[in-house]
Design a protein around this ligand. Structure first.
Ligand code: ATP
Ligand code: MG
Length: 150
């Protein structure tokens, strides 16, 4: 039924639960999973300790852009591991920058995605809302099925 599942991840536990469910569905349907992270200006990134250690050892000046990109890559690496642990055998990762909802919709339309699994909320702290701005925009704009995970 589903052949290509897109999972947008922001490093939040909501997105982590979406990855678990997507991994399980991928195993059941023999589907491919694409994990997408979109780098944003909003920040909140945790720079991977390996990168900080590398900078120290090699006496390198690493730019802010490198650090943010490394942190984004780390979010994807962890999500891929989690998806594989939950049964996804065919995983790809994609790192973009700009508007998260725009990239999710563009990737879904451009890569024959038939299911999006994403968190209802993310890293934002507006506690009372059911949906965040990204999940709200995506679920309104895409043509394929979209599962939002609590
Ligand atoms: N930068 C991003 N890259 C990829 N996926 C994202 C990104 N931001 C959010 N998402 C996806 O959207 C889901 C919902 O997050 P969203 O940002 O809409 O909620 P929020 O952070 O609680 O609210 P807001 O950002 O509007 O303050 C996340 O669980 C994740 O699946
Ligand atoms: Mg957010």
């Amino acid at each position: 039924m589903f052949k290509h599942i897109l999972v947008p991840v922001d490093g939040s536990e909501h997105a982590g639960r979406a990855v678990d469910i997507a991994g399980d569905l991928a195993q059941r349907y023999g589907a491919k999973v694409t994990l997408l992270h979109v780098l944003t200006q909003a920040g909140g990134y945790q720079v991977p300790s390996e990168l900080l250690a590398f900078e120290k050892i090699e006496h390198l000046r690493i730019t802010e852009h490198d650090l943010i990109e490394g942190a984004g890559q780390e979010i994807l690496t962890k999500a891929e591991q989690r998806a594989r642990n939950h049964g996804a055998a065919d995983c790809a990762t994609l790192l973009e920058s700009g508007d998260p909802a725009g990239h999710v919709v563009q990737t879904a339309n451009g890569q024959n995605v038939d299911l999006i699994v994403m968190g209802r909320r993310g890293l934002g702290d507006l506690g009372g809302l059911l949906l965040g701005s990204v999940s709200h925009k995506v679920s309104q704009a895409v043509d394929c099925c979209c599962l939002t995970v609590k």
